[in-house]
Design a protein around this ligand. Structure first.
Ligand code: SAH
Length: 252
C-alpha cells in the first residue's frame, strides 16, 4: 500500500525510464492528466485510470491518499520529473496536513523539460543555471520577477517553465523587459515547444526576438548568458575549457 509519484519524461515513450514503467506496471490504479494517461496505455492497457483536469491537483492527491489508505498501490503520474513543478511536494504536504505517517511514498525521477529542451537546442546548460516558473498562480508575480532579476544579474542561464498561459501573458512580458535591461539584444535564446512530442518545435532566436516568439503552455525557454554562442544551428554555453586548453587538439 502506498503512492508512487512518477515522472514520465517530456512525452516520448522512449524517454520513460524502465523504473517508471515498472512502477506503473505494479500499480492498482493510475492517476494523472488525460494526455499522459493516454501515453501510458501501451504499457498497462488494463490498469484502471482516473484522469482529472488541470488545477485539480489537491483533489487528485487527496484521492490518491484515500486509495492508498484503502490498501491500493497508487501511481500518480506527472510529466517530466515529478519533483520539479510536479506532484511530489504536494503529496508530502497533503500527508503532513492530514497528520498521516502510514502511507509509503516513493518518487521515481524523470527527464524534466529542461533536460529535454537543452538536448534539442545543443548544450546551453553547461554552466550554472536557474529554473524559474513564470506561473503566478501559486507564487506572487513580484517574487517571480525578483528571482528573474537576481538570476540574470548573477549571469545564470535561465530555464523558464510555464512561460505563458492563454490568460497569463503579463509575467512573460515583464520578464522580457527585465532580461532586456541586463543582456545584449543578440543574446541567444532557445524556445522549445512540445519537446519529444508530435508537435515538437525547437528554435534558436535572439533576446530581441523573444517578446514576439511563439510561446505556449508546453514551451520551455532557455535564455543564454553573455558567453552563449550559436554554431551550426546549435546553442552552446562554453564551460571554460577554451581558457585553459587548446581546443583544436595540438599541445598548447
Ligand atoms: N514536471 C514537469 C514540469 C511541469 S510544469 C517537468 O519536470 O518537466 C509545466 C511546464 O513544463 C510547461 O509549461 C513547460 O514550460 C514545461 N514542459 C513540460 N513538458 C514540456 C515539453 N514536452 N516541451 C517543452 N516544455 C515542456
Amino acid at each position: 500500500m502506498g503512492i508512487t509519484v512518477i515522472g514520465i519524461g517530456p512525452g516520448a515513450e522512449s524517454h520513460i525510464t524502465p523504473a517508471a514503467v515498472a512502477a506503473i506496471r505494479r500499480a492498482d490504479i493510475i492517476i494523472g492528466y488525460k494526455t499522459y494517461l493516454r501515453l501510458l496505455k501501451n504499457f498497462v492497457p488494463d490498469t484502471p485510470r482516473q484522469s482529472t483536469g488541470m488545477r485539480q491537483e489537491v483533489q487528485r492527491v487527496n484521492q490518491a491518499v484515500d486509495l492508498a489508505l484503502d490498501g491500493k498501490e497508487v501511481a500518480l503520474v506527472s510529466s517530466g520529473d515529478a519533483g520539479i513543478y510536479g506532484m511530489a511536494g504536494l503529496v508530502y504536504e497533503v500527508l503532513r496536513r492530514r497528520g498521516d505517517d502510514s502511507v509509503a511514498v516513493e518518487i521515481i525521477p524523470g527527464i524534466s523539460a529542461l533536460n529535454a529542451a537543452a538536448s534539442l537546442l545543443g548544450a546551453p546548460l553547461m554552466t550554472d543555471f536557474a529554473a524559474i516558473s513564470l506561473s503566478d498562480q501559486l507564487v506572487p508575480r513580484d517574487d517571480i520577477l525578483r528571482r528573474v532579476e537576481a538570476a540574470v544579474s548573477a549571469e545564470f542561464i535561465l530555464c523558464l517553465y510555464n512561460p505563458k498561459g492563454k490568460q497569463r501573458v503579463k509575467p512573460f512580458e515583464l520578464t522580457c523587459e527585465i532580461l532586456a535591461r541586463h543582456l545584449p539584444p543578440e543574446t541567444p535564446v532557445g524556445v522549445v515547444r512540445a519537446a519529444y512530442r508530435e508537435k515538437q518545435a525547437a528554435e534558436i532566436i535572439t533576446l530581441a526576438e523573444l517578446p514576439a516568439a511563439e510561446v505556449n503552455m508546453v514551451t520551455t525557454i532557455i535564455v543564454g548568458n553573455r558567453r552563449t554562442f550559436v554554431h551550426n544551428g546549435k546553442m552552446v554555453t562554453p564551460r571554460g575549457y577554451a581558457e585553459k586548453y587548446n581546443l583544436a587538439g595540438e599541445r598548447a
